[in-house]
Design a protein around this ligand. Structure first.
Ligand code: PRP
Length: 180
């Protein structure tokens, strides 16, 4: 792992405590449901999804979807489907699992995509949401942390595909972002 000059924003302990809290709330809310269908948005969600799904005390099914955003950082924010889920989500209770909501375009796309498939219910969960960067207003039913609009890495989030495996979330300097 290359050295990273950065500031820790959320420690491993803080993240783990919050993930357990989120899992407890989700488990309570879905206590009467046969099975919760968790759909993770690759790739950033993979660590959060692993920890959250293991902390639940209810039956759950895990699936993933992969998207690519053409217009990252632009107002259009066009999103393209790269890999769809394997399951038929009609009449299922679906929870979309994201690592971060930034402009909101990805989650907005997914909500429209999945609503058209007639799930029994559809909710969203994100570990992080950046404040002040939304271009589309999307609901986040289960939110871990509201964070400022800065570059961050770790716990699944990358910079040039590095640092995803860090157990904490760190703010990275703009200079560092440009170098990678
Ligand atoms: C990140 C993140 C979300 C999306 C949110 O994915 O995982 O899926 O951006 O951004 P938005 O709210 O502006 O749409 P990214 O495109 O960086 O890909 P990755 O998960 O593979 O790192």
């Amino acid at each position: 792992m290359p050295a990273l000059d950065s500031t820790i924003m959320l420690s491993e302990k803080t993240i783990q405590a919050r993930v357990r809290e989120m899992a407890r709330r989700i488990s309570e809310d879905y206590a009467d449901v046969d099975e919760l269908f968790m759909i993770g948005v690759l790739r950033g969600c993979y660590i959060f999804m692993a920890d959250l799904s293991r902390a639940l005390s209810i039956p759950r099914h895990i699936d993933f979807i992969a998207l690519s955003s053409y217009g990252k950082g632009t107002v259009s924010g066009a999103v393209r489907l790269i890999m769809d889920v394997r399951i038929d989500i009609s009449r299922r209770h679906v929870l979309i699992v994201e690592d971060i909501v930034d402009t909101g375009h990805t989650l907005d796309y997914l909500l429209r995509l999945f609503r058209a498939r007639n799930p029994a219910s559809l909710k969203t969960c994100s570990l992080l949401r950046k404040s002040g960067s939304a271009q589309v207003d999307v609901p986040v039913d289960y939110l871990g942390f509201e964070i400022p609009d800065v570059w961050i890495v770790g716990y699944g989030l990358d910079c040039g595909d590095k640092y995803r495996a860090l157990p904490y979330i760190a703010q990275i300097s703009p200079q560092k972002k440009q170098r990678t």
